[in-house]
Design a binder for this molecule. Structure first.
Ligand code: ATP
Ligand code: F6P
Ligand code: MG
Length: 538
């Protein structure tokens, strides 16, 4: 029987074949442009089928590129210039002449390579969802001299921002010979309200040793039309956007406007979030650095609390909606007796409440350390403070200070019961843990993310976020990382590990646990056992 070509091998042949009228190229582009179904005609019986977005619960996203293969294989592909500019020329990748890479056996990734989202499978599991593997391709859609790239950082700070900027500049320059790179100042509004900064390898040489972002950042100020007008007016054709969930939503609408205008401009997101709340990816850059820095605050709280009678060290860490920093900092430290996160409700008074636990712990140990994520207990504070519902310029909820509130509540409790003395020291290192430079492993991670972004843009991909999925670098469509938010799953083993390491009560009734289990997505949807996905709207 005649074997049928795979989608990827057709894609490969089409990519390396600048003759877009070749039968394979034409079939591929027909396939890519057909958004309802693929024509399955002999001899292409095994040709992967395009899956209807409505069958995947993705109505209203008509531009998705979803490819079905054998055994329940699904590739959720990212856009490519040729989806809307089919006649673009392509060129050999200049990396093949780069002496640094000459010894690499297989430097270009195989166009068939994809990465599964779920790697724990059973014998009869369907192969499931895959993302396109990141990396350099044999053919590129830009000549080096024609590239005008720009880089922008948006949202809050995170360790590693400067490393990503540095590696984008150095990677573009050293790997692809790109010499025109602009920094956009002060976040999205910098596109239309500020001057640009020319970036060179010399200029960015040392910046990875500094915290923050040399470009500045901001919240709010996303005006899609003004931004894209500015991109068009300046002749920018590669836009690298570093930021969190809000930033990636902004990048997605910029990409849609660019596609609507038919521009050959690559829009690439590099996900940044100290809270580790971005969906799909294994872990965000800077997270490990932040957890490491949090240890210093926890150590200080421990030393302070140990040194006085019935000492309590209370540390507030970041985590607006997701308590990953608090959870990992607690697990790493081993000195923490109680960790409070937004995902796990708690209460103060009565049996099984926080006050009862604090009294018990002080009696047993003479001191204790509490770590609280800034988003924890917001409902309790709102009840007692009659809060105003404020938002920042990006529409994120402004939180009430749980650290100060909890300190006061604990002090009031001990003053009221008059059973024992208590000394509480409150440490708020929230901004300190994100304003630091990234640690060694985050620096390497940032480098690889930046390189993946560059390879994808040069290869003509656009409208995607780079991200690590099961330890492999991938290209992920924007909507996948913006529609949901990662949260700690309190019915999973990782949270149980934390509870057993601190010995704190779970603060949950049997009914709460049942409800939490029902509310969590099925395990097949999870990337790993520590993450949950929640609707990402603010
Ligand atoms: N839905 C959206 N559409 C377009 N732009 C958006 C959207 N949401 C947020 N933005 C823009 O993205 C930028 C950053 O958003 P935001 O302040 O929420 O930070 P973030 O990227 O989520 O990072 P952080 O992890 O610090 O929260 C802002 O300039 C904001 O205007
Ligand atoms: O004060 P800013 O800069 O708005 O940032 C605070 C927020 O940024 C984050 O670090 C990331 O979203 C949150 O943890 C925190 O609530
Ligand atoms: Mg955000």
């Amino acid at each position: 029987m005649e074997s049928s070509p795979s989608f990827a091998s057709l894609a490969h042949e089409a990519l390396v074949d600048s003759d877009f009228d070749s039968p394979n190229s034409r079939r591929l582009f027909d396939f890519q442009n057909s958004l309802t179904c693929i024509k399955v005609t002999p001899p292409f019986r095994d040709y992967p089928k395009l899956r209807s977005p409505s069958r995947m619960g993705l109505e209203g996203k008509p531009n998705l590129k979803i490819v079905e293969g054998e055994g329940g294989y699904i590739l959720e592909d990212v856009p490519h210039f040729t989806d809307y500019l089919p006649d673009l020329p392509n060129f050999p990748n200049p990396l093949q002449d780069n002496p640094s890479y000459s010894a690499v056996r297989q430097y270009f990734v195989n166009v068939d390579d994809t990465v599964p989202q779920k790697i724990v499978v059973q014998k009869n599991s369907p192969r499931g969802l895959h993302f396109r593997r990141a990396g350099p391709r044999q053919r590129v859609y830009f000549e080096s001299d024609d590239v005008l790239a720009c880089i922008v950082t948006c949202g809050g700070l995170c360790p590693g921002l400067n490393t990503v900027i540095r590696e984008l500049v150095c990677g573009l320059s050293h790997m692809y010979g790109v010499s025109r790179i602009l920094g956009i100042e002060g976040g999205y509004r910098g596109f239309y309200a500020r001057n640009t900064i020319p970036l060179t390898p010399k200029f960015v040489n040392d910046i990875h040793k500094r915290g923050g972002t040399i470009l500045g950042t901001s919240r709010g100020g996303h005006d899609t039309i003004k931004i894209v007008d500015n991109i068009e007016d300046r002749g920018v054709n590669q836009v690298y956007i570093i930021g969190g969930d809000g930033t990636q939503k902004g990048a997605s609408v910029i990409f849609e406007e660019i596609r609507r205008r038919g521009l050959q401009v690559a829009v690439v997101g590099i996900p940044k979030t100290i809270d580790n709340d971005i969906a799909v990816i294994d872990k965000s850059f800077g997270f490990d650095s932040a957890v490491e820095e949090a240890q210093r605050a926890i150590n200080a709280a421990h030393v302070e609390s140990e040194s006085v009678e019935n000492g309590i060290g209370l540390v507030k860490l970041m985590g607006r909606y997701s308590g990953f920093i608090a959870m990992y900092a607690t697990l790493a430290s081993r000195d923490v007796d109680c960790c409070l996160i937004p995902e796990s409700p708690f209460y103060l008074e009565g049996k099984g409440g926080l006050f009862e636990y604090i009294e018990k712990r002080l009696k047993e140990n003479g001191h204790m350390v509490i770590v609280v994520a800034e988003g924890a207990g917001q409902d309790l504070i709102a009840e007692s403070l009659r809060s105003m519902h404020n938002e920042d310029p990006s529409g994120n909820k402004l939180l009430l200070d749980v650290g100060l509130w909890l300190s006061q509540k604990i002090k009031d409790h001990f003053a009221r019961i008059q059973k024992m003395v208590m000394n509480l020291k409150y440490i708020d290192p929230t901004y300190m843990i994100r304003a630091i430079p990234s640690n060694a492993s985050d620096n390497v991670y940032c480098t690889l993310l930046a390189h993946s972004a560059i390879h994808g843009a040069m290869a003509g991909y656009t409208g995607f976020t780079v991200g690590l999925v099961n330890g492999r670098h991938t290209y992920i469509p924007f909507h996948r990382v913006t529609e949901k938010r990662n949260r700690v799953v309190i019915t999973d083993r990782m949270w149980a590990r934390l509870l057993s390491s601190t010995n704190q009560p779970s603060f949950l009734s049997a009914k709460d646990i049942e409800e939490a289990k029902k509310a969590e997505p099925q395990p097949t949807q999870l990337l790993d056992e520590q993450k949950s996905l929640e609707d990402g709207c603010h």
